[in-house]
Ligand binder design. Structure first.
Ligand code: NAD
Ligand code: UDP
Length: 315
């Protein structure tokens, strides 16, 4: 018999990189999970090992269209996250963040579910405040190639807070900083997957710009732990709250680490920096420490080793 504490939980984007880890963790805690995905960037392989679990249901659905289900909690993760993928069909990217959020918020309102939005550090744009606290309003180009993602996510945050104020919805908004690990799409163009795939094939490592731009990389298990803690935090805590690893590296440092950990013969080559590429990014996680008792535990090298093992298995 099921434990009465167990919940029915909807994960949108559940077949994606983060979504598949979240579904796995929630099933492990004994919850019923409804994984909704249109398989735009997600893959069946990400959840294949979960199929057969009687508490998992998978539904192919685009959240830009209304969804009628009965659930207690919603994690809204659906949205392509890598620049290559979200710029491939930018109108669809904005629709997923805006129409998709409206549909999921409407669902949450009807069934009185608690709803969490996977927002992003991209809402800070190319930040002029460093590290970025939640109180920073950002520095975002509204008409550039990244805008479909950045402004879509900013609008989604607005919708979440207006549903909270206007309809008293229980919301949680987190701004996720660069996260990596097994089940990232090998061709999604994000820096960690690109560098590892290139290194494993002894191909040139493509550093964009001079490689002095920085990012802070969070291992997926740490991030999932933060998402679940946030969902379980008191109802009067809405966020927005940063989740990410505050240890900052230049992209060149990352390239060196990947080459060393894979014992690769790859050389570093420099290529053009994409438009509006943020120069620096580091989360201020003071709020997450205070409100959730959360901080990342996995150092970059340990996480990279696990990601490398995963990508080796794909080769
Ligand atoms: P991902 O591309 O692997 O996963 C996104 C999932 O959403 C995919 O399975 C995709 O098929 C699905 N999807 C896209 N549009 C959809 C739609 N209209 N309807 C239904 N499903 C749809 O990316 P990810 O890294 O797992 O990111 C998950 C979420 O976390 C995204 O919302 C992303 O913006 C956010 N995020 C991720 C990172 C990161 O570093 N991974 C950083 C900041 C924010
Ligand atoms: N990057 C790079 N080489 C690559 C892919 C990315 O130098 O092959 C750089 C990119 O220009 C950016 C950083 O790595 O400065 C992180 O890029 P990613 O696409 O992973 O995420 P985001 O820019 O959204 O943080």
């Amino acid at each position: 018999m099921k434990n009465f504490k167990n919940k029915r939980i909807l994960v949108t984007g559940g077949a994606g990189f983060l979504g598949s880890h979240l579904c796995e963790r929630l099933l492990g805690e004994g919850h019923e999970v409804l994984c909704v995905d249109n398989f735009y960037t997600g893959r069946r392989a990400n959840i294949a090992h979960l199929i057969g679990n009687p508490y998992l249901e998978v539904l192919r659905h685009d959240i830009c269209f209304p969804l009628y289900v009965e659930v207690d909690e919603i994690y809204n993760l659906a949205c392509p996250a890598s620049p290559i993928h979200y710029q491939f069909d930018p109108v669809q990217t904005t629709k997923t963040s805006v129409h998709g959020s409206i549909n999921m918020l409407g669902l949450a309102k009807r069934v009185k579910a608690k709803i969490l939005q996977a927002s992003t550090s991209e809402v800070y744009g190319d930040p002029q405040v460093h590290p970025q606290p939640e109180s920073y309003w950002g520095h975002v180009n509204p008409i550039g190639h990244r805008s479909c993602y950045d402004e879509g996510k900013r609008c989604a945050e607005t919708l979440f807070f207006d549903y909270h104020r206007q309809h008293k919805l229980r919301i949680k908004v987190t701004r996720i900083f660069n996260t990596y690990g097994p089940r990232m799409h090998p061709n999604d163009g994000r820096v960690v997957s690109n560098f590892i795939m290139q290194a494993l094939r002894n191909e040139d490592i493509t550093v964009y710009g001079d490689g002095k731009q920085t990012r802070s990389f969070c291992y997926v298990d740490d991030l999932i732990d933060g998402l679940i803690r946030l969902m379980n935090s008191p109802d009067d805590f809405t966020g927005p709250i940063n989740l990410g690893n505050p240890v900052e590296f230049t992209i060149l440092e990352l390239a060196d680490k990947v080459i060393r950990l894979t014992s690769s013969k790859s050389r570093i080559v420099f290529a053009a920096l994409p438009q509006d590429d943020p120069k620096q990014r580091q989360p201020d996680i003071g709020l997450a420490k205070r409100m959730l008792g959360w901080k990342p535990k996995v150092p970059l090298e340990d996480g990279l080793k696990k990601a490398i093992e995963y990508f080796k298995g794909l080769e």
